[in-house]
Ligand binder design. Structure first.
Ligand SMILES: [Zn+2]
Ligand SMILES: [Zn+2]
Ligand SMILES: [Zn+2]
Length: 149
């Protein structure tokens, strides 16, 4: 693995939430340009070390986020060993503070198996995220409403 790839993977492994390519670049100490970061992310995804999804946020627009699939595998090795769909996590994105909340390991394997059987198709990947307002932000906005004259 090249130094850039190793650094990018380490940044994804250390992160507690999905990262945009720009925030990956900001977290690595190896000097490399954005094109190198994108290439490394692409390669890591192709080889199963990372995965990505395109998020639409009302405030920030459309952006691709990357997460380490390696860390997900390590955390859920029992399931991941025989179910590729279980090797990843899903996330909730708060449209107010823009943080991600970890929803845990994928739970939609049953739904995937059902459509595969019912519609005679083979699902090789899926993307799902939830978005809305997190608990902290909804508490803040309730307080603000209450205290306003
Ligand atoms: Zn929030
Ligand atoms: Zn956002
Ligand atoms: Zn899933």
């Amino acid at each position: 693995m090249t130094r850039a790839r190793a650094a990018v993977l380490a940044a994804l492994d250390a992160a507690t939430e999905p990262l945009s390519a720009a925030s990956v670049a900001a977290r690595i100490s190896v000097r490399c340009d954005m094109a190198t970061v994108y290439r490394a992310l692409h390669h890591l995804e192709e080889t199963g070390f990372a995965e990505s999804f395109v998020l639409y946020c009302a405030e920030d627009g459309v952006e691709r986020f990357y997460a380490s699939a390696h860390a997900a595998r390590a955390a859920h090795d029992a399931h991941a060993a025989h179910d590729a769909h279980a090797a990843h996590r899903h996330w909730f994105h708060c449209e107010s503070c823009h943080r991600f909340v970890d929803l845990g390991a994928c739970k939609i394997g049953g739904l995937v198996a059902e459509v595969e059987q019912k519609l005679d198709l083979r699902v090789t990947k899926h993307t799902m995220y939830l978005s809305g307002i997190c608990g902290d932000c909804s508490k803040r906005s309730t307080r603000a409403t209450r205290t306003s004259p």
